[in-house]
Design a protein around this ligand. Sequence first.
Ligand code: URA
Length: 448
Amino acid sequence: MSNKEFNTVSLIRKKREGETLTKQEIQYLIRAYTEDRIPDYQMSAFLMASFLNGLNTTEAAALTHSMLHSGIVVDLNHVKGTKVDKHSTGGVGDKLSLILAPIVAACGVPVPMISGRGLGHTGGTLDKLESIPGFTVDVNLDRYKEILEKQNLVLVGQTEEIAPADKRLYALRDVTATVESIPLIAGSIMSKKLAEGIDALVLDVKFGSGAFMKKHEDAVKLAETLVGIGEEFGKETIAFLTNMEQPLGYAVGNWLEVKESIDCLNGGGPDDVMEITHLLAGTMIYLGKKAGSIEEGIEKSKAAIANGSAFQKWIDIVEEQGGDTSVIKNPESYPGAGYTAEVAATGDGYITKMDAFAMGMVSVELGAGRRAKEDSVDPAAGFILHKKIGDKVKEGETFATLYTNKQEMLKTAKKGLQLAITIENRPPDNLRQITHMVDKNGLHNYGA
Ligand code: URA
């Protein structure tokens, strides 16, 4: 691609009018923005025009390519084995990376995982990892490679060198209401993932009230776009469509989710969390060539929990990255939140719906997420659900417990959770946790 300069206003106008930009034009926008030659206000206008009018497949590929090459593409050839990562499009209570990364690494597949922070109502793996005292997610590239080689696993944040254009655009999108766009999400995810040195990728594409894609059909389109980009860049990519109509598991909030993950790695954990974890881990083990099929990968994933190797790998990586393993071995010793409160059901019946977006916002208000870029998160804040969709409740019965250090938020948080659940006389239809798989051959029904 060339270094040609263009008139930024003309390109914004072109996208505003619904026209298609050339590869060179997209490359110019991304490069000039990363080099501070385009200000945030012009990039915001371009993002909004792209959000409203969309980007076609060629434009989305050009965007990914430009974002990927805004930084370096890590060479992990010195690390033996097929390197596989997993990425989720984001949800509430989604702690799967914390469980599956040590499982897959324990099964012999190297996992170089570069994760993000919370975005909007969704939590982020980095914030969860940082709730472990001492755990550092900020490492340079040499240390990134060293940890991976030693542990078969590394869990870090995006460095300045990896897809810097995404780092800046991600923060700008968060505050300009331009997150929920299929091509923008696809470019953001794939530029980071392709830069980290992987050979193959598993994607967890979420749909429902707590996902960025509320409609299943939009999630399918996103999955197809992500897989298409992965294959175009020569990386085997498999995506699953998974349910985010309610928080995953029972815990929402950084340390609370780490604690639930420890239960999972010790052989407990909620069924919805473990069903998706084993599927994604099994697929990674298969793509990492340590199993002949996804089914065999799932069996290996279950065995890694049963024989304790996944939990040992978790202890090893926490120690390697500076974390305090005593709270992992004894989670009850973790300093809790200053205030807790029980949330009571306002009627009798079955919980038929949960507004997972609203519930994610409650956890942000309790301190588990950020309202502004510069906010810090409270590791102990969040909530534990005691009931989920399909469970029976009685008026006055506790269905959730809040944890926070902001006493003033308790009242609105309680109300927020009460309003987020729907109670009806009849039980709801069963929720399908995993509906489809998308691979290079297209969309397949999963487990119906
Ligand atoms: N996750 C990402 O990495 N980027 C997005 O834009 C949304 C979710």
